[in-house]
Design a protein around this ligand. Sequence first.
Ligand SMILES: Cc1cc2nc3c(=O)[nH]c(=O)nc-3n(C[C@H](O)[C@H](O)[C@H](O)COP(=O)(O)O)c2cc1C
Ligand code: SF4
Length: 462
Amino acid sequence: MTTEARLKELLECEKPLSKRWRQPNAHKLDAYLADGGYKGLEIAKTKKPEEIIDAMKQANTRGRGGAGFPTGMKWGFLPPNRTETYLVINADESEPGTFKDRYIMERDPHLLLEGIAIASYAIKAQVCYVFIRGEFGLAMQRMNFAIEEAKAKGLFKDIQGVELQVYTHPGAGAYICGEETALLESLEGKRGYPRLKPPFPAVKGAFQKPTIVNNVETIILAPLVMTKGVEWFTKYGIEKCGGTKLYCVSGAVKKPGTYELPHHVTLRELVFDICGGMLPGRQLKGIVPGGSSVPILVPRPAPQLLPPLKEGETRDPKTKIPEEIDVRLDFESLRKVNSFLGSCGIIVIDDKTCIVRALLNLIQFYHHESCGQCTPCREGTGWLERMLLRVERGDGTPNDLETIYSAGKNIMGNTICALGDAAAMPTMSYFEKFKDEFVAHVRDHKCPYPAEEEILPSGWVL
Ligand SMILES: Cc1cc2nc3c(=O)[nH]c(=O)nc-3n(C[C@H](O)[C@H](O)[C@H](O)COP(=O)(O)O)c2cc1C
Ligand code: SF4
């Protein structure tokens, strides 16, 4: 049970990533400057580039596009003797369940531009491309407007002695172009095929030059590191991950939305206290914690979440065992329950949702979005889709069930990029945790869940 004090602590945390979202005209330069905007850039320019990279490291800033890679460390991978450097902002945001970067660009585009200017100064980039998902019309419009405003005010002048060039580039609707190397191919005007790594973009990126690719939310941490300092990041973060985080919650909850909270919030607190709990008449079935591609969590005991015992210590037998959904929402804690924080798209699934149909929906997406370069992903996602469709319609066989699981296992880790894993991980975890439901479809030759009882994506019930 969350105490009132704890809830107050969570709700009243500082929210520098999202605090301007509801202010009228917050996207305009005058309003941003009036709120103290571009002070971070001023501070950055008084420092050496290495000092900024160091501050990013000390603040424990981690990539927020999915993999959680330490940002300062990534910036430090650039070859020291380079002559050209690119900064590329990944604003593709196509992971189902994730909706945060769009709001940053629509509502606070100058915060992103300030982050871009600071990052460019730190990594000595002369050109920055912002690769924006094609469907994000307003975000594109606001970013272009903000770039013009910043240029006219001379804010990009003298970033390492040259005027920083910032360009927006629209994506063409392919999920795979969110993968950083497919994004670079697409930026270069080619088909969005992920590249083999190494070499990583920091060594050979856009146009074969050293390039840093970072997510939108990652880059807006740079101005905050400059203005708020490392202590602030420690205050709201946890050991290996600094600052607050944007969590996107969708599905069967009363108050879906994007919430900025400290990293030590738990999944249960977020769903049941902050988002108001389940929709009326619905019980919790499972929660996907990090965007559609990560393993699902369920309310079952997870003793691995208990604090480790010191030598010689024994556990009080009355100790309450936490459940998977009591996990703290940070990168390391989610590994303890065999899932990932990913892009923080939290999807809440209720008891009237058919898990086979939910998986089929996901696999149709991944099959459609597979670029086709690797056989396990191209063929495996197609097989999965066909078998799941059969099972859902009541035409599946026990053999299909075995093949579904083994197909997932065989895709896992055997592909050029992580899209293959993104299809395999939910397949295996849904199957492991809801095996009875898959079996019931085959045994009874029908789906036990009437489609009309499912919640539509908007939260409406038919
Ligand atoms: C299939 C696939 C899709 C991805 N989509 C996105 C995306 O839409 N946005 C994003 O920031 N990262 C996405 N990523 C992660 C990027 O490849 C990359 O790790 C990220 O942009 C690095 O930025 P960060 O270090 O700031 O997190 C995707 C990865 C894969 C495998
Ligand atoms: S895993 Fe899938 S999306 Fe990624 S490169 Fe291979 S075929 Fe393309």
